[in-house]
Each structure stands twice: as C-alpha cells, then as structure tokens.
Design a protein around this ligand. Structure first.
Ligand code: PFF
Ligand code: NA
Length: 436
C-alpha cells in the first residue's frame, strides 16, 4: 500500500500545532514558571523558543520532507548505517514520554468527569488534596490512563488522513477558542491585576542566581512544548507531498504554541489569585488543588472547570497521537506489519509502562525528568549536529524549496544550527544530566 500523505496543507499545520499544544503548555508551563521564579523563567524560555526552537523545528522538517520516511528510516537513508541508532533513541523517548503523559492526561479527564457528575465543591486545601489523591493514584488513575490510551490508539489506528488529520481539524480550533474565552473571563476577576503583575514582572536576580537550574529547565521546556527532539516533526513532515515553504509553516506553529502557553498563564494565574491560593505552590499536583478550589468558589465555577478540564484533555489527546504516530510510522515503514496491529502493540506496551506511574508519583518525576532533562535535549542536539555538519547541503536545498527569491535567512539558519545552538545544547545537557 502507498504511504499516506496529508490531504491538505492546513491539515499538516493543525496536526503539528495539535502536537505542540498540550500538557506542556497547560500543566507543565505554569508549574515550571512558578518553580523557576515566574517572569524571569518566562523570558529565558521565550528567548530559547525563538533562537533555538524555531531553527530546530526546521531541522526536523527538512529531514522528514526530504525522505518521506519515519524517524528511524529517514536518518538511516540520509546518514547511513549508524545513524539508525539515533532513530532508536527517538523510539525509546516516545515510549517514556507517552507512558506518563497519558497518566497525567487521564487525571484531567477524571476531573472533567468529576465536574460533570458532582460539580466542583471542595473549598479547603485539605479536601482538594484528598480529591487529588483519589484521582491521581490507584484504580481511578489506572482506569483513566486506560481510557485515554484507548482514545489515542483509536485515532492513530484510523490513519493519517481519516484519523489524525480529521481529529485535529476539530480539536485545535476548539482548544484555541475556549482558552481565549477563559482568559477573557479571567480579566473580570478580583485579583486579576495582582495575578498579571506576578506573571509579567521578571526578577532578573533570579536569572543570575539560578542559571544552572534555570537554563536546562528553560531549554527542556522549549523542546518539550514544541514536540522536538524525538522525531514527531520528522514524522509529520514526512507525510507532506507538495513542496512549499517550510519556514512559514514552522513560524505559524511556533507562534501558536508560544502564544497558547502565554495565554494559559492569563487563565491559570487569575483563577488562582481570585481563589486566594498561593501561586508559588503550583507544583505537579498543587495546580490541581488550586484550580479545583478556584472552580468551587468562582461564579459559574463548575461550568468553567468543565470547559477547562475538557480543553486540557483534548489538547493532551492531540499531542499524544503524535507521539504514538512516531512509533507506528516506524513499525509500518520498516517492518512488514499493518497499521492496526502496530498501533495496538505499541499503544498496549505504552499502557503497561505507564502503570507504575498510576501507583506512585515518584515514577512521574523520574520519567518526566529523564525525558525533559536528558532525552529530548540529547535527541535535539544530535539532530542539529546531523543536519548542520553531516548533511548541510540537503538541509539548505530542502529549506529552499518553494522559495523564489534568494533568502539570506537560510545561511543564518545554517550558521545557528552549526554552532551557537550546539553550544547551548551541550551546556544545557550537561547541567540537566548533573541535575537529574
Ligand atoms: N508538545 C507537547 C506538549 O507541549 O504538551 C508534548 C510533547 C509531544 C512532547 C510530543 C514531545 C513530543 F514528542
Ligand atoms: Na506545547
């Protein structure tokens, strides 16, 4: 059977935006920002997105579109034998990330169900923590992890056009519209002013004092949020048929992901300030405490909560399908196996790997730290070196497709990819590995 392609260009863009926008923006970004010192972290992260994330997404695009192959096969084809091992790193990373990503997504789905069946009623921190305990560990967590993975498997099993592309055409516009609505509501709340001030005034002392933890955290967040460093963007670009300008698409994708992360701050912080909980407390689980308390006290809180948790669940789903697609695309390109058994096999294995996370949150920190602090940065570093030093001509010619005028930006891109980005990533990787 012929390899699939996107039906439309916008389908490709929405799929990439759907992959990028997820728990990274809505769950990880606020608590990283809270932990790493608020606006100072925001600033370094934004710098990294523009200076590193944007060039690095193009690195993955040129590889995928040139070869029309999965993440393992494309590196083997362009680089020869040993580069295939890098592709396997992506496969491992995909397993690690999706196994815990699905568990956390399951929590959001569980809270959505709480909102629909009981409404949000817990007003004290102790009750909120108790509810979170029920949701996040044991049977509830396991069941919702299973439901979430079943949805991911269902969409990916339908294929690139009838599964992924169709799903993201509905999901991505819904995510954007509802988040804008929630942020608009946030402006009406008491305490909104204080929330924006907390979120937007950087304390540069924090950057200077904490750079050894802030730098790898900001680099890791930049890659995580843009779905870089594990072959998602290689795989999605490999389904592109026609040749148009990749840089414009990359710009749209990076802009939307960043805008949505920033927008989420305008949703989460006013809610938390209005409910009177402490923004410094927004750690892995505490974001759930503060938000459920907020939804119990705000006017129309239950409805808001349902919309919020629904949006997060959809956003997580459109990201999770991209991770599974990396693995499925590898299996069906490189082995005589059909999409359905490949999807069931990989998805089932990921479900099993996630089971320990439903039992003890220790595993969540372990896997998330490994993925974000080491695996993604390592993967991105190798890709950047590969395109910058091993196949620079292929990179440039692929980037030039669909551009009529001579473009000086291409040379700047190659220069960035060859040296400055490599240096920052080596430093971030060393600091991140030491930290882990
Ligand atoms: N970019 C996604 C998010 O921000 O939630 C997470 C993610 C998806 C990370 C795909 C890595 C990946 F390969
Ligand atoms: Na993201």
């Amino acid at each position: 059977m012929a390899r699939e392609t996107w039906a439309t260009r916008i389908g490709f863009i929405l799929a990439a935006v759907g992959s990028a926008v997820g728990l990274g923006n809505i769950w990880r970004f606020p608590f990283q920002t809270g932990q790493e010192g608020g606006a100072a972290f925001l600033l370094v992260y934004l710098l990294f997105v523009v200076a590193i994330g944007f060039p690095a997404i193009l690195v993955e695009f040129v590889i995928g579109r040139r070869t029309n192959l999965n993440a393992v096969g494309s590196l083997r084809e362009l680089g020869g034998g040993a580069w295939r091992y890098v592709g396997w790193l992506f496969v491992v990373t995909g397993f690690v990330i999706l196994s815990y990503y699905s568990v956390v997504a399951g929590w959001f789905a569980r809270y959505l169900v709480v909102g629909v069946t009981d409404g949000f009623t817990v007003t004290t921190e102790a009750e909120a923590a108790e509810l979170f305990g029920i949701v996040s560990t044991g049977l509830d967590s396991l069941v919702f992890h299973a439901i979430f993975m079943a949805l991911v498997i269902g969409i990916v099993a339908m294929g690139v056009r009838r599964g992924i592309e169709l799903a993201v055409k509905v999901m991505v516009p819904a995510i954007i519209l509802f988040l804008i609505g929630l942020a608009a509501y946030g402006t009406t709340l008491d305490g909104a002013g204080a929330a924006y001030a907390y979120y937007l005034s950087p304390d540069f002392g924090v950057v200077v004092d904490n750079w050894t933890s802030l730098l790898p955290a900001a680099a890791g967040q930049a890659f995580f949020t843009l779905s870089l460093g594990m072959g998602v963007m290689i795989t999605y670009a490999s389904y592109l048929g026609e040749d148009r300008n990749l840089a414009t698409d990359a710009g749209v994708i990076v802009f939307l992901d960043t805008a949505i992360a920033v927008l989420v701050g305008f949703v989460v912080f006013p809610f938390i300030f209005a409910a009177g909980t402490d923004p410094g407390q927004i750690a892995v689980g505490a974001i759930f405490f503060s938000l459920t308390q907020a939804f119990a006290t705000l006017p129309f809180g239950t409805l808001l909560g349902i919309v919020f948790f629904g949006v997060v669940t959809i956003a997580a789903l459109s990201s999770a399908i991209s991770i599974l697609e990396v693995l499925v695309s590898y299996l069906i390109d490189e082995h005589p196996i059909d999409r359905l058994p490949a999807t069931l096999g990989a998805g089932g294995a990921i479900f099993l790997l996630g089971v320990p996370v439903t039992l003890d949150l220790v595993f969540l920190d372990l896997l998330d730290g490994l993925a974000d602090g080491v695996l993604l940065v390592l993967g991105a570093l190798i890709l950047v070196v590969f395109v910058g030093w091993v196949i620079p001509d292929v990179g440039l010619s692929e980037l030039g497709q669909g551009i009529t005028s001579v473009d000086p930006w291409d040379d700047i891109w190659l220069w960035m990819v060859r040296l400055p980005i490599v240096i920052v990533l080596v430093v971030a990787l060393a600091l991140g590995a030491l930290d882990y």
